[in-house]
Design a protein around this ligand. Structure first.
Ligand SMILES: O=C(Cc1cc(-c2ccc3c(-c4nc5ccccc5[nH]4)n[nH]c3c2)n[nH]1)Nc1cccc(F)c1
Length: 271
């Protein structure tokens, strides 16, 4: 019997986006907790997004990895499509980063390792460009990282206001509108690693124009505080490289001395 809204008890909103909101919910019978995403059909029709949505749902349903948020299933009624998504009890990684200012080298290395494993899994299934910015990263009850690919730009509560327009995470070949491949994800890992350790992305600037200039110039510098190990700086410097083919591969990232030394093998590290 297909799922329907009657099977769920709806809780508070968790986030909202262009195409609808995400609610905390639980299966009425089993009390199994999920995140229920509501997408309005008239929005999909208006933007002619049927195929993209269908493809995204097929991709998400097929991805099974401990660091990728699950799409358990979906159902619809006359005006809405409902996605039954995994609930991440720890909320947005962005919240943890902003609360602490920056993460410890152990936390940062653990999350970069988890992201590299999740991306290697995706690339292995010819799925690229999972939008990996802090706003798309959630934590489960054990502090394990979960990529929730909001390709549908969910603007949730405590998201950075400049998020929608920021270039901070885009690789040079993207801001220069050249064709790009999965190496853009390796660049983004460098950006994220820097942001986890210093609290803000490396090419942040007052205007998008200045960020653009800093990205294409690879205008990278490491502040003296917080004190970050040279191995961490070495990894970042091998990812924030202009030539996509020269960026450290996902396998090499997982074998990097800083990752081997600092990442928690179980991917949870709570210190
Ligand atoms: O839209 C998304 C991804 C997505 C995930 C979510 C999302 C948002 C928030 C949460 C949360 C969550 N837990 C929290 C705890 C505290 C505070 C906030 C929290 N949000 N858990 N799981 C979530 C899932 N929104 N959108 N996938 C998608 C879109 C179209 C088609 C498709 F197949 C998948």
């Amino acid at each position: 019997k297909p799922w329907s809204l009657a099977d769920f008890e709806i809780g508070r909103p968790l986030g909202k986006g262009k195409f609808g909101r995400v609610y905390l919910a639980r299966v009425a019978k089993s009390h199994f907790v999920v995140a229920l995403k509501v997408i309005f059909k008239e929005q999909i029709e208006k933007y002619k997004l049927h195929h993209q949505l269908r493809r995204e749902m097929e991709i998400q349903t097929s991805l099974r990895h401990p660091n990728i948020l699950r799409l358990f299933g979906w159902f619809d009624d006359d005006e809405r499509i409902f996605l039954i998504l995994e609930y991440a009890h720890g909320g947005e990684l962005y919240g943890l980063l902003k609360a602490n200012g920056h993460l410890s080298e152990q936390q940062a290395a653990t999350y970069i390792s988890s992201l590299s494993q999740a991306l290697a899994y995706c690339h292995g299934k010819c799925v690229i460009h999972r939008d990996i910015k802090p706003e798309n990263l959630l934590l489960d009850h054990e502090g394990r990282l979960k990529i929730a690919d909001f390709g549908w730009s969910v603007q949730s509560s405590n998201k950075r206001k400049t998020m929608c327009g920021t270039l901070d995470y885009l690789a040079p070949e993207m801001v220069e509108n050249k064709d790009h491949d999965h190496a853009v994800d390796n660049w983004t890992l460098g950006i994220l690693c820097y942001e986890f350790l210093y609290g803000s992305p490396p090419f942040e600037a007052e205007s998008q124009k200045d960020t653009f200039k800093r990205i294409v110039k690879i205008d990278l510098s490491f502040p003296d505080t917080p004190n970050v190990s040279s191995e961490a700086k070495n990894l970042i410097s091998q990812l924030l490289v202009k030539d996509p083919s020269k960026r450290l591969s996902l396998t090499k990232i997982m074998q990097h001395p800083w990752i081997v030394k600092n990442a928690d093998p179980k991917g949870v590290c709570l210190f």
